[in-house]
Design a protein around this ligand. Structure first.
Ligand SMILES: Nc1ncnc2c1ncn2[C@@H]1O[C@H](COP(=O)(O)OP(=O)(O)OP(=O)(O)O)[C@@H](O)[C@H]1O
Ligand SMILES: [Mg+2]
Length: 340
């Protein structure tokens, strides 16, 4: 019934959502990528939605107690159901997609997600107007997004480092052979920077400042060129504004535990593989996706630690969303990679 499907696609709208701990990306098959904003919602007077996305993120740590700024996801899954639902609803509305016209919705979720967590995602999307909701594992979507032929016999390893989770998956024949989800990723890098600044530099800084420092000056290893920078904050004993000059190399030390945890998870995953598949990956290399993988020098650092070629596509932040787009465009071909 190809004509019926074609007619459906003319009238109704298919939606792909990368519902990430840090960022949500919404794709619609009529308008393309319509939303790419932080997964944050701000409420006034407890239940009135004030802002979502970037405008809400800009309020983090800056508003009076009458405004609550919430990140509805933690470690890749919805931790605040009401806020999660309101946020999805808000983004769909903002994308200009009438909920009555939504046909299929595909949402990326971490591989280690429990059935209760899956239900929470499905119900939140349904409450936002989606009817047929399908879930896809984020590394599978990322693999499809970077043009890997996931249905073939070629074996690939994808490492998707987001804000909340590091998802590692080995994929072939349209399925995941081995996977590993680590609830350590970009958010933990921010926390490591907050700790380092607090303990070593005696300064208090907020999450947004830590994230900006990571993006601008963070490095994965000390073979990177040295740069000096000034960090400003409140002295944590004297309570007065204070500034300290440091080298960016201090961030490599601050981030070392997070980097080690990620490398160990990759090595463990390789160790779980049948030897034939491990050697395929050693030949083909691994692919790094997600925003956390954009840390300066991450690809080189991983290459040195695991002794396997590492590639990192230009659009690392968009791979999962791009995968949902390809799945929607070729739904029957990819049907078997979906969770439900
Ligand atoms: N240039 C950069 N260097 C280092 N980190 C970066 C850079 N750009 C973005 N990030 C980090 O990437 C993370 C967000 O990545 P991404 O959007 O892939 O996560 P997510 O999909 O929302 O989370 P998850 O998949 O874990 O649910 C944040 O922690 C952000 O600080
Ligand atoms: Mg993600």
């Amino acid at each position: 019934m190809k004509w019926l499907n074609d007619l459906r696609r003319k009238i109704f709208i298919d939606v792909g959502i990368d519902l990430g701990t840090a960022n949500t990306i919404v794709y619609t098959h009529k308008k393309g990528f319509v939303i790419n904003e932080p997964s944050v919602i701000a409420y006034k007077d407890r239940n009135q939605v004030l802002e979502i996305g970037l405008a809400a993120k800009e309020m983090l740590g800056k508003v009076h107690p009458g405004i609550k700024v919430i990140r509805p996801l933690a470690d890749g899954v919805i931790s605040d159901f009401i806020a999660g639902e309101e946020m999805i609803k808000g983004f769909i509305r903002k994308s200009g997609t009438p909920s009555l016209l939504i046909n299929k919705t595909i949402i990326g979720v971490p591989t280690g997600i429990t059935s209760v967590e899956k239900r929470a995602v499905i119900e939140s999307a349904q409450a936002a107007g989606a009817r047929a909701v399908y879930l896809v594992s984020e590394p599978m979507a990322a693999a499809i997004g970077v043009e890997l032929d996931v249905m073939s016999s070629d074996t690939s390893m994808i490492i998707d480092i987001g804000g909340g989770t590091t998802d590692i998956a080995v994929i072939n024949y349209g399925g995941i052979v081995v996977d590993n989800t680590l609830r350590i990723a970009g958010d933990e890098m921010n926390e490591a920077i907050i700790h380092f600044v607090r303990n070593d530099l005696k300064l208090k800084i907020g999450e947004t400042t830590a994230e900006n420092l990571k993006i601008q000056y963070g490095i994965a290893h000390k073979q990177m060129p040295e740069r000096r920078l000034i960090i400003k904050g409140i002295h944590n004993q004297e309570g007065i504004p204070h500034q300290v000059e440091i080298s960016n190399h201090a961030f490599a030390d601050a981030l070392a535990d997070v980097m080690n945890a990620i490398v160990n998870a990759v090595l463990q995953t390789l160790d779980q593989l049948p030897p034939e598949l491990a050697s395929d990956i050693i030949d083909r290399g691994v692919i790094l996706t997600g925003g956390g993988a954009l840390l300066t020098g991450f690809d080189e650092y991983l290459r040195q630690r695991i002794q396997i070629p590492v590639s990192r596509p230009q659009n690392a932040l968009l791979c999962v969303a791009e995968g949902t787009r390809k799945i929607l465009d070729n739904f029957d071909y990819y049907r078997s990679v979906l969770y439900n």
